[in-house]
Design a protein around this ligand. Structure first.
Ligand SMILES: Cc1ncc(COP(=O)(O)O)c(C=O)c1O
Length: 368
């Protein structure tokens, strides 16, 4: 019998489906041909990265023979100053995805349970399963997290509750008051992970003060990302905010040089680019004002969003709609794997991209 690696791996890992990239890449990766694609499938910032970040990267390439600072001192210091806490409250990650994975590896394992919304960002379920823990999905109510129902599902085996706020793929959010009540009522031994990848798209009054929990030593971890409004998806960088004892554990579990030189430098510059942030929010708002009435005109229901993407029900096989749109070089995401076979998740693009998407949708819907 030849050796089979599967025989040496735990069953919960073997059961995981392979990661599927929905974007139809040209052979050899994203070349100039991809410029023609209207890429509304990954919730990226259509405005591009902050110009200050691009400037900061210039001249850096000659230094990539060196390892980065494995503690990310400069970026942590800058974040700590902005957030009003200490660098010991912050961990950096190779995207916030790495931090989601690290949290699961640090706190979950066989015999534990992790609660999450259904549907919620699919990666939560993957890391929970990969850790050997059990995923406990709690249906959303009217497309929003049902925090009361989630609280009721907590058992002595529950170690973590994942709350995407705003949530992917619905774009919905829970209010600061709802969050405060949920955290106050948490039983001992349960950690809440607030995934705030899209936080900066929320109106100021809906941005919860998750930092205060880290300061108070509560069992709360807030994750933020430079991939979304800051426009740095391709560089992979995000951060966690939590009490120093939690951060020390995440730091032990990570690989030493998890954040590369380019990512750290670009993030530092992007943080100070207030103008880019304002323009990105404005573009997103303008996109909503165009897309909502366009969906209504097409007779399609959608979920009003607090993020940079919209869930829209096309009342047809969503996968087929995605494939047909792809023939017109418009990429959007099917939500079939989220249990919503007739819905799509569409990133809000530039005015030109939004118009191309709506024109393509208008053309193909009657044919499906
Ligand atoms: C809710 C949510 N959390 C986290 C991430 C991962 O972001 P990052 O690029 O920082 O790993 C995404 C990416 O789409 C997301 O939608």
């Amino acid at each position: 019998m030849p050796f089979r690696f599967e025989d040496a791996a735990p069953p919960h890992l073997i059961g995981l489906p392979p990661y599927r990239h929905s974007r139809p890449f040209e052979a050899g990766g994203r070349g100039p041909a991809d410029e023609e694609w209207v890429a509304l499938d990954y919730n990226e910032n259509p405005l591009g990265p902050s110009p200050l970040a691009i400037k900061a990267l210039q001249g850096l390439l000659r230094g990539i023979n060196r390892y980065p600072d494995c503690h990310g001192h400069d970026l942590k210091a800058r974040l700590a100053e902005r957030l009003g806490l200490s660098p010991a409250h912050i961990a950096l990650g190779n995207g916030s995805s790495e931090l989601i994975d690290l949290c699961a590896r640090c706190f979950l394992g066989s015999g534990t349970e992790a609660i999450m919304g259904d549907p919620a960002f699919a990666f939560y379920g993957r890391v929970v399963q990969a850790s050997g823990s059990r995923r406990v999905p709690v249906p959303l109510k009217a497309f929003r997290h049902d925090l009361q129902a989630m609280a009721q599902r907590i058992t002595p085996r529950t170690r973590m509750v994942f709350i995407g706020n705003p949530n992917n793929p619905t774009g919905s959010c829970v209010s600061p008051d709802e969050i405060a009540a949920f955290v106050e009522a948490l039983p001992d031994g349960v950690i809440v992970l607030f995934d705030e990848a899209y936080r900066e798209y929320l109106p100021d009054e809906l941005q919860p003060d998750t930092v205060r929990y880290a300061k108070a030593g509560r069992p709360v971890i807030a994750l933020r990302s430079f991939s979304k409004i800051y426009g740095l998806s391709g560089l992979r960088i995000g951060y966690a905010i939590a009490s120093p004892d939690c951060i020390a554990l995440l730091d032990k579990a990570r690989q030493p040089f998890n954040v590369n030189i380019l990512a750290g430098t670009a993030a530092l510059a992007a943080l100070d680019d207030a103008a880019h942030l304002v323009s990105s929010r404005r573009l997103n708002e303008a996109g909503k004002q165009y897309l909502y009435p366009a969906f209504e005109e097409l007779g399609l229901r959608y979920v009003p969003t607090a993020a940079n993407f919209i869930l829209v029900d096309v009342e047809r096989d969503g996968e087929q709609v995605v494939r047909t749109l792809a023939e017109k070089r418009v990429a959007v995401c099917s939500l079939a794997r989220y249990g919503l076979p007739t819905s799509l998740r569409v990133t809000i693009g530039t005015p030109r991209e939004n118009e191309r998407f709506i024109a393509a949708l208008r053309e193909i819907l009657p044919t499906i």
